[in-house]
Ligand binder design. Structure first.
Ligand code: AMP
Length: 448
């Protein structure tokens, strides 16, 4: 897209953007706009620096009519005071030619001043979850008119322990609203939050800028199942020289433990594991041993590996294929640092092939296959998750039976939305056809 004019936004916004010197929308701005305008829930995976603030503000401001009501219609939650100040500043720039009332609220300053500012009437309130909840709880902030909720930097927010406050705020908000969420990474916690609170969100992911893909040689293996992956991994790791320092990513604590158990006997002196159920001391000791080259294999979940300072990793092995393409970028970014060539190996099963497709689409790169080493055995052993589900028919237990079925339906539906590529296409077509809001969030909420 060559200019903001192509988005058909109003003149006031166009002028404000021109004053800021922005020439054309960034990729996240271009992608998020039609989805946000359609009223759907959105999960955006993007880091600071991608232009995500304007990405969510542009559609919000385009749809925010003038109002005298003192109750806010837009709530923006961010994790820190500094971000509140920054976002408010940005919004003030974007609304230079509009009469939009914006207020930032955060803890550590007198709550009475903020209570007073709220009674003056606001259109948009930006806040940290703790203070915003306090203001809502004492009824100086009334949330009945909120149509749009933005949660920015969700991963950081959950890391800071704001889950409780977020849930409290969700309780007070009208059910019929649009949720827009941004996170730099997709972690287990973020996924849980989405599944519990967001119905059928549209995913938008933007590749990390500056990811040193050129420094990383990538390859992949198509593997039948979990225990065949274990066999392949053991086979590779026997070569101590090549696999000098290996970080193995796996999706869950449960699978991390299962993998550790399967590998323990053969690699015990070289094998380490970290995940959030391990004690802090345990984790620190493992990282120290790994960094000091006293053990060369570290199994980690995505959540725990974030922010860890691990150097000179020769190989990142993706024991599973991340459901969220962006997580793959984060994973492989742990190798190939500081101009060194790194290696990434991806294991994927038939079920995971769709996630691999999404990753390749995001990278605009097809990961080359490595031929199957003939000496590696295909295992027939299946994990509980891999075994086909047998549903026993029992006419006397009809109710229980039904609830089980719908649970699986929901799971499948959620899975589908993770396919960034396909969903995106459908949505873009719809927006073009109807030109105006299609669902406004009411339909999915009603289904609850
Ligand atoms: P953000 O990711 O929202 O923190 O934005 C990062 C920086 O990019 C901010 O300084 C914005 O002012 C700037 N920015 C946002 N959108 C654009 C754009 N379309 N063109 C140029 N710069 C932009």
């Amino acid at each position: 897209m060559e200019s903001f004019e192509e988005l058909n936004i109003n003149r006031q916004l166009l002028n404000a953007i021109a004053d800021l010197g922005f020439e054309k929308p960034t990729p996240i701005q271009e992608e998020a706009f039609p989805v946000a305008m359609s009223g759907k829930n959105i999960v955006g995976i993007a880091q600071t620096g991608t232009g995500k603030t304007l990405a969510y503000m542009l559609p919000i401001l385009q749809q925010l009519n003038y109002s005298k009501d003192y109750k806010p219609r837009v709530i923006i939650l961010v994790p820190t005071r500094e971000l509140v100040v920054q976002v408010v500043e940005h919004i003030e720039h974007f609304t230079k030619y509009m009469s939009t009332r914006v207020l930032g609220v955060y803890g550590g300053v007198n709550i009475k001043t903020q209570m007073g500012q709220l009674t003056e009437g606001q259109d948009i309130v930006v806040g940290t979850p703790g203070r915003l909840y306090d203001l809502a709880a004492n009824r100086s902030l009334l949330l009945q008119e909120v149509k749009k909720l933005v949660i920015d930097e969700v991963d950081v927010m959950l890391d800071l322990g704001f889950r409780f406050q977020l849930n409290n705020i969700f309780e007070l908000l009208p059910e019929k609203r649009q949720n827009i969420m941004f996170s730099a990474t997709m972690t287990e916690d973020v996924e849980i939050l989405i599944n519990e609170n967001f119905i059928a969100p549209e995913y938008i992911a933007i590749a990390l800028s500056g990811t040193p893909l050129d420094n990383i040689s990538q390859s992949c293996y198509a593997v039948a199942n979990f225990y065949t992956k274990v066999n392949l991994l053991s086979h590779l790791l026997k070569d101590k020289e090549t696999y000098a320092k290996v970080l193995i990513f796996i999706d869950s604590k449960k699978n991390a433990d299962r993998l550790f158990e399967a590998m323990e006997q053969e690699f015990w002196s070289d094998l380490l594991i970290i995940h959030s159920n391990k004690s802090q001391n345990n984790r620190l000791a493992a990282i120290e041993r790994f960094n000091d080259n006293n053990a060369r294999i570290l199994i980690a979940t995505d959540v725990i590996a974030r922010g860890l300072d691990l150097d000179n990793i020769s190989h990142v092995i993706n024991f599973d294929t991340p459901k969220f393409a962006e997580n793959y970028m984060h994973r492989i970014g742990r190798t190939g640092r500081a101009e060194k060539v790194g290696h990434s190996i991806l294991f994927y099963t038939e079920d995971e092939a769709k996630y691999k497709d999404a990753i390749e689409k995001l990278m605009e790169y097809t990961i080359p296959h490595t031929p199957w080493p003939q000496e590696v055995k295909i295992s027939k052993q299946l994990t509980l998750d891999e075994q086909p589900r047998v549903i026993e028919k029992n006419p006397h237990k009809k109710r229980k039976y039904e609830s089980g079925a719908s649970f699986h339906e929901k799971k499948d539906k959620n899975k589908k939305t993770t396919n960034v590529g396909g969903g995106q296409k459908i949505k873009l077509k719809k927006a073009k056809k109807y030109k105006s809001p299609i669902t406004r969030g009411s339909k999915p909420q009603g289904k609850k």
